[in-house]
Design a protein around this ligand. Structure first.
Ligand SMILES: CC(C)(COP(=O)(O)OP(=O)(O)OC[C@H]1O[C@@H](n2cnc3c(N)ncnc32)[C@H](O)[C@@H]1OP(=O)(O)O)[C@@H](O)C(=O)NCCC(=O)NCCS
Length: 173
């Protein structure tokens, strides 16, 4: 796959079956958390808000009309003013080809365009690829939630990371 073949665009409802298949891949699920198989109903509940609520952001990566990845930004403006929570996954056959990086760059552009000040995320401490990708893009580790998640029969440490989009923001704004 050449990166020129990659299209990044907003999610559509008919992308959901392809995305459902990706989250149910064992290699993807182990890094995301939910143990497969996840029912389509549960998956639709999880992802439906990105289609139904216009303020939420979700971009898919498409290669030759096939959906191969997703990045979402959840925005809860009421309390977390100008913050957002990022989630990303890519079909395992398309890992290490730059798809994740392209999704990240596109969603950061959208975040800046709509005036967000932060992007936050949580990543399992052992997820070297994702942590490497986030750091390369500019995310910084901000803390660790020890044994915060129990999945696949073990407790997982979660590294909390953040990207400040406006470095001039005073710390107690
Ligand atoms: C994390 C994830 C989204 C990364 O997606 P990806 O498309 O593989 O990411 P990229 O290819 O852009 O970059 C990841 C790695 O590939 C390398 N890479 C980038 N372009 C490349 C290319 N053209 N050829 C080979 N490697 C490349 C990057 O340098 C990086 O390598 P590193 O691990 O040595 O630092 C993907 O691995 C995934 O879906 N994992 C499961 C779910 C998950 O972990 N989500 C994040 C939870 S917080």
């Amino acid at each position: 796959m050449a990166l020129e073949e990659l299209i990044v665009r907003p999610i559509r409802k008919n992308d959901l079956p392809a995305l459902h298949e990706i989250v149910n891949m064992l290699e993807v699920a182990e890094l995301l958390g939910p143990i497969p198989p996840m029912t389509y109903e549960k998956f639709e509940k999880w992802h439906g808000r990105f289609i139904e609520e216009p303020e939420q952001i979700a971009l898919v990566a498409e290669v030759e009309k096939r959906v191969v990845g997703l990045v979402t930004l959840s925005i809860e403006e009421e309390i977390y003013r100008y913050d957002s929570w990022l989630s990303i996954y890519v079909h395992k056959s398309f890992w290490h080809k730059g798809v994740g990086t392209q999704l990240m760059k596109a969603v950061i552009d959208v975040a800046r365009d709509i005036g967000l000040r932060r992007i936050s995320l949580g990543v399992f401490a052992g997820n070297k690829t994702a942590i490497g990708m986030y750091k390369k893009i500019g995310f910084k580790a901000e803390g660790c939630s020890k044994y915060g998640i129990y999945t696949f029969g073990r407790y997982m440490d979660t590294i909390l990371m953040g990207l400040l989009l406006d470095e001039d923001l005073p710390s107690e704004a």
